[in-house]
Write a protein that binds this ligand. Structure first.
Ligand SMILES: O=C(O)CCC(=O)C(=O)O
Ligand SMILES: [Fe+2]
Length: 312
């Protein structure tokens, strides 16, 4: 029986990027929650079909197609025994030694393109959407796209954590245990710039995804916790696929967009061992309120008793 009224909306299930994935190379359907689960559930059958070396696995989980070779190399170095800060600096660009801001290619151009297409489909859909943060009105929360578990969690655990442990040991770089990941979008008639702020994060990764645009550079001042005399902020231009790493407490903002559209993936990286002591927003002992998912990265129970000295 036909019913008059609003046309039916068709949706898809967020499992599209995790369930029943067909891996043509090995003639196998798999369920994908992360590399560990994949190895656990399909290790023997994959090995029997020729997926043997770490390189085979990297290709299988799409790392080679998604992650820039420089990022893979910097992370691999950081995980290797004997890796140190100086060695890692040779594999990254130091944007400012004094401000401890670094740059590294993170995603391949093909992956940026594919992610942008996915983001645009989501933007045009009627799926319910939250705002990325209290400052940006346009953009997408990665967990709403179903990309937190397959993309951002492995990015944090396997690649960013070893890097951040060497770059920012004193800011919880080695203790990252949650994140808030979102894409900010700037376009004519929408948000065009972002005021000076600090992030609700111990550490931040900001990757330019495209598209073609002018203006919109990031600028960085001093540390919010230690205001310094007003000096000219450091301007940092975006380069598609490249990520900027900085401390969440480093004051920063975005200059007005000139023309075009700018989309950036921002990952606020959090270490409960650090923030449980002091909320980075109010600088007081956190007054905990229950929340969903990762909440704002605080935990009621101490994961391990971390001596502040152990953070350095
Ligand atoms: O506009 C940008 O790329 C920076 C965004 C940002 O700083 C933030 O969302 O915390
Ligand atoms: Fe920010």
């Amino acid at each position: 029986m036909a019913t008059a009224g609003a046309p039916r909306r068709f949706c898809r299930c967020a499992c599209f990027c995790s369930e029943n994935l067909y891996v043509a190379r090995y003639g196998l359907h798999v369920r994908f929650r992360g590399e560990q689960q994949l190895r656990r559930d399909y290790g023997p059958i994959l090995r029997s079909r020729g997926c043997v070396s770490p390189k085979d696995f990297q290709q299988l989980v799409g790392e080679d197609e998604a992650l820039a070779p420089e990022f893979l190399a910097a992370a691999e170095y950081s995980r290797s025994p004997g890796a140190d800060f100086e060695g890692l600096l040779q594999r990254l660009e130091t944007v400012s030694g004094e401000k401890r801001i670094y740059r590294v290619p993170v995603f391949t151009a093909a992956f940026c393109q594919a992610l942008l297409e996915e983001l645009e489909h989501f933007e045009q859909s009627d799926m319910p959407k939250g705002r990325p943060n209290t400052m940006n009105n346009y953009g997408v929360l990665l967990h709403e796209l179903g990309l937190d578990e397959p993309l951002v969690t492995p990015l944090r655990e396997r690649f960013l954590q070893p890097l951040m442990a060497l770059l920012y040991p004193d800011c919880g770089g080695g203790w990252l245990d949650s994140h808030r990941a979102f894409v900010v979008k700037y376009a004519p008639g929408q948000d065009r710039e972002l005021g000076c702020h600090y992030d609700n994060a111990e550490l931040t990764l900001n990757v330019a995804l495209g598209k073609a645009f002018t203006g919109g550079a990031l600028y960085f001042g001093g540390l919010f916790q230690a205001p310094s005399a007003l000096t000219r902020p450091l301007e940092v231009e975006h380069m598609v696929g490249q990520g900027i790493l900085h401390r969440g407490g480093q004051l920063h903002g975005a200059r007005p967009l000139g023309t075009g559209e700018r989309w950036n993936l921002v990952v606020w990286l959090r270490a409960s061992a650090v923030r449980n002591r002091l909320c980075p927003m109010c600088c007081r002992k956190p007054d905990l309120v229950d929340d969903e998912g990762f909440g704002d990265g605080f935990t009621r129970e101490e994961p391990t008793t971390v001596d502040v000295c152990a953070l350095t």
